[in-house]
Design a binder for this molecule. Structure first.
Ligand SMILES: Cc1cc2nc3c(=O)[nH]c(=O)nc-3n(C[C@H](O)[C@H](O)[C@H](O)COP(=O)(O)OP(=O)(O)OC[C@H]3O[C@@H](n4cnc5c(N)ncnc54)[C@H](O)[C@@H]3O)c2cc1C
Length: 337
């Protein structure tokens, strides 16, 4: 702590880089704790990767497993609470994940609601295992707007601004929280961050009450996520692919597999084709870094295919780290370490 710059400015600001689900969730918890917070972001909702996620609570393409299970558990609890507020766009839906092979229970099976293995007669042809569970479906088209409103109502400021270097981010702040997702690759030169391209189809609303995830069709996962106003059909998971252009042949394949899995899908109308780049990393980077000039940046990026799923758990850890490096009694000018 001795080498860390402690700002005794009576009204210091924490700058969060990034206005996706992780920047906003972190910002909300910091504001609720009494910190003054602003967000600087290159792209704002609805133009973030977070807006493209369906999103279903489901740990996918993210590591490390034990931490993800903990972050996921806290987020699952909070999403279940938020589901009672209609403006959040969250509903708890029953669903099933299907497998071609017998599959062991995931670590999170102990805490999700109504978890059970499928009986053989409940499995579609070609599938040999599956588990049912209830999961929050977070309609990001609604939820991201809810997060922005909550952040702003707490006094948070959101500014569109692309940052070229971390030092620039400290211009107006004593502490920075880095939630730049895939942007961390160029911002920090972190080559461990890479895209996992996801192409999906947004179709018209269906009467479906359950979500479906099916592992391992042509090397990827297919899913059908019914939402209040539409339904999401997915999707691809192409590591290292950067193209944001929807591919017609891929869309056709997604449509075919999803309609085969759930025939109701064939009755829907295509509303739009979407592509997003999941910000993957061998492990989520969630840690404090003390820079050579003794300034502190808290990193929270690399959430892969589960950035919504683990967002609240990660935001709580960001808050704990901020409290270590910027305790309120110090930032309010009452002392020095
Ligand atoms: C097709 C698809 C489906 C998905 N489905 C799900 C799902 O069902 N469940 C789930 O949990 N997850 C899902 N995901 C993954 C999820 O979308 C991501 O993990 C999540 O959005 C990451 O959030 P984030 O806030 O870290 O990053 P982002 O949402 O990418 O936000 C990053 C922010 O940083 C800003 N930024 C970047 N660089 C800079 C810079 N230099 N200066 C200033 N600002 C910068 C950006 O403009 C943006 O505001 C899906 C993703 C895709 C593509």
């Amino acid at each position: 702590m001795e080498n860390v710059t402690q700002d005794t400015n009576p009204d210091p600001v924490i700058t969060i880089l990034g206005c996706g689900v992780n920047g906003l969730s972190s910002g909300i918890l910091l504001l609720e704790e009494g910190y003054k917070v602003k967000i600087w972001a290159k792209d704002l909702p609805p133009h973030t990767t977070s807006n493209i996620a369906a999103a279903v609570w489901y740990p996918y393409k993210v590591a490390p497993e034990a931490k993800v299970a903990d972050w996921g558990e806290r987020s699952y609890e909070i999403f279940c609470e938020l589901a009672s507020i209609p403006e959040t766009g969250i509903r708890i839906l029953p669903g099933v994940e299907l497998f071609r092979e017998p599959t062991p229970d995931p670590v999170w099976s102990s805490y999700v609601r109504n978890y059970r293995h499928a009986q053989p007669e409940e499995l579609p042809a070609g599938y040999h295992d599956g588990y049912f569970f209830d999961s929050p479906v977070i309609d990001t088209g609604i939820y991201m707007g809810y997060l922005v409103n909550r952040f702003q109502q707490l006094g948070g400021e959101i500014i569109r601004r692309e940052i070229g270097s971390l030092s620039e981010a400290f211009e107006e702040s004593h502490l920075v929280v880095n939630c730049t997702g895939l942007g961390a690759r160029s911002l920090l030169g972190d080559k461990e961050v890479y895209p996992i391209r996801g192409q999906i189809i947004r179709v018209s609303r269906t009467a479906l009450k359950d979500f479906f995830v099916s592992a391992d069709n042509y090397g990827t996962a297919n899913y059908i996520i019914p939402r209040s106003n539409d339904c999401i059909l997915g999707g691809t998971a192409e590591a290292g692919e950067w193209s944001l252009e929807p591919d017609a042949a891929t869309a056709k394949k997604i449509w075919e597999v999803c309609s085969q899995l759930v025939p109701e899908v064939a009755q829907t109308q295509v509303l739009e084709h979407l592509v997003g780049l999941r910000p993957a990393r061998k492990e989520v980077r969630l840690e404090a870094e003390v820079l050579p000039d003794a300034k502190v940046v808290i990193h929270n990026y690399g959430h892969g295919g589960a950035g919504v799923t683990i967002s609240w758990g990660c935001a709580e850890q960001v808050l704990s780290l901020v409290k270590v490096f910027s305790p309120k009694e110090l930032t309010l000018g009452q002392g020095k370490v």
